[in-house]
Structure formats: structure tokens, C-alpha cells
Ligand binder design. Structure first.
Ligand code: ADP
Length: 250
């Protein structure tokens, strides 16, 4: 750091240089701390599936050769945890990419058409019904690939945490186009709502042990919305419904 008081005594130019330099150092320090935190959170999260894999591998070594039941259970568990770790590392890479403020590839495109594309994809791939209500066209200026990724995260959650048809609703709030993804599933407890966009946050490990989630999806979605200067909001009632709305700023 250049002491500003010293610089202050000299010429204006030097003072400005010192201020700019100090601001740069502050920013670097802040980014460094954020990166440190990310590495520490990520290692912590990866340790859990690794510990499970380790203990099942241990079980296999001891009893696997003689007990077919243990053999089967351990292989299934190791396979499931390996898949979760793979998803988690892919999502961590995505999150790191978005956190280092990836450039946006802005184009004008029809949100209704994107919603129709996603509906067809989800209905085919997951055999889940989607009810779409939208104007004939709804043009937005955004990064189409990123918005598609964001909506896929919301749809993927709706699929995981509900079994009823999912609703996709598009429209305008004044001049601002919006899209809402609603499901009628397990819902999110009131006290968890402020945290769902935090990375690695999961409402309650126990209640979604089978869904294989990572707690990263919504933090990626939020970063994509922020980069677009768009709002991503959630309302929910436990056991009734969950509704995420993305409001574009145009
Ligand atoms: P995950 O991979 O665990 O789903 P997310 O970051 O996408 O991670 O979501 C964070 C947490 O928010 C989830 O673990 C889940 O508890 C809760 N959540 C997200 N979407 C829904 C939803 N549609 N219904 C109920 N709970 C949800």
C-alpha cells in the first residue's frame, strides 16, 4: 500500500495514482479471499461423497468376496456417489466460470420459443408434463445459452422436488418480460427461502437423500440472473408449491 497521507502531500497526480493502486489491491485481496473461501467450501463438499466411497470400498475389501448382498449394496452406493461427485465438479467449474464474470453473448431472441423448446425437451427426456402459458412471442435481449441453462436448473429442481405437472408461465410486468417456473411439490420452508441461492445450501440433507442434489444449481442460476441485471425471486409454501420467477430488466 502507498500511504495516502504521504501522497496527499505531494501532487494531485500522485494522490490519484495511490488511490487507484490501493483500490486495485483491495479488489485483488477481495477476489483472493473469495477464491480461498470457494476452494475451502468445495473441498469440504467433495469430502462427503469421498468418505462414503471410502467406507463402502472398505466394506467390499473385508466382506465383498463372500457376501453378495454387501457386494451389491456397496457397488450401488459407490456408483451413486461417483455420479454425484462428477455432477458436483462440473457444476463447480460452471460456478467458477460465472463468478469470474464471464462475458455475455447478448442477442435478441424469443423467450416463448425457448420455453417451447424446453417443454419438448423435458417431456421427452423426463416424461414429465409441462403446462405452458405464454404470449405468441416475447422478445428479450440476453445470452440465450445462459438463460437456457438457468431455466434448466429451475426445471430440473421442479422435476426432482415434485411429481405433479410443472407450470411455465411467461408474460410482461409493465415493460419487463418475465418467466415463472412453478411446481406443486414438497416446497421450501419459510426460514430456508433466504438461503436457497447460497452455494452448497440444501434445505435438509435427510429429506432429499435420494435426489442426488449438490446445492450448487441455484447459485449458478442467481449469478446468471445477476450478470443480466435480472431479478430471480422465489416464493414457496411447504408441501404445496414452489415458484421461481426471472424478471428481465428492459
Ligand atoms: P440441489 O442440487 O440440491 O437441488 P440447488 O442449489 O438447485 O441444489 O437448490 C438448493 C436447495 O433448494 C435444494 O437442495 C432444495 O432443498 C431446495 N429447492 C430448490 N428448488 C426446489 C423446489 N422446486 N422445490 C423444493 N425445494 C427446492
Amino acid at each position: 500500500f502507498i500511504p495516502i497521507s504521504l501522497a496527499d502531500r505531494s501532487k494531485d497526480e500522485l494522490y490519484q495514482l495511490a488511490t487507484t493502486f490501493n483500490a486495485m489491491i483491495d479488489k485483488l485481496e477481495h477476489n483472493y479471499m473469495k477464491q480461498q473461501q470457494f476452494v475451502s467450501d468445495a473441498s469440504h463438499e467433495l469430502k462427503t461423497p469421498l468418505t462414503v466411497i471410502e467406507s463402502y470400498a472398505d466394506m467390499l475389501k473385508r466382506w465383498g468376496a463372500n457376501d453378495p448382498e454387501i457386494l451389491h449394496e456397496a457397488i450401488e452406493a459407490i456408483h451413486a456417489e461417483a455420479i454425484r461427485m462428477k455432477l458436483m465438479t462440473q457444476q463447480m467449474l460452471d460456478l467458477a466460470r460465472y463468478e469470474s464474470s464471464q462475458a455475455l453473448d447478448l442477442t435478441e431472441f424469443d423467450l416463448t420459443e425457448l420455453a417451447q423448446e424446453l417443454r419438448a425437451m423435458v417431456e421427452t427426456a423426463y416424461n414429465r408434463n409441462i403446462q405452458l402459458s405464454s404470449p405468441t412471442t416475447l422478445v428479450v435481449c440476453a445470452d440465450r445459452l445462459q438463460i437456457k441453462q438457468l431455466l434448466l436448473i429451475l426445471l430440473n429442481n421442479a422435476i426432482k422436488y415434485s411429481s405433479e405437472p410443472i407450470e411455465l408461465c411467461l408474460g410482461q410486468q409493465g415493460d419487463q418480460p418475465f418467466i415463472t417456473v412453478t411446481d406443486h411439490g414438497i416446497g421450501i420452508p419459510h426460514e430456508s427461502l433466504p438461503h436457497v441461492f447460497d452455494r452448497f445450501y440444501r434445505v435438509d440433507e435427510a429429506r432429499h437423500r435420494d435426489t442426488g442434489g449438490t446445492g450448487i444449481g441455484l447459485s449458478i442460476a442467481k449469478r446468471i440472473a445477476d450478470a443480466h441485471n435480472a431479478k430471480l425471486e422465489v416464493i414457496s409454501q411447504e408441501g404445496k408449491f414452489t415458484s421461481f420467477t426471472l424478471v428481465f430488466n428492459e
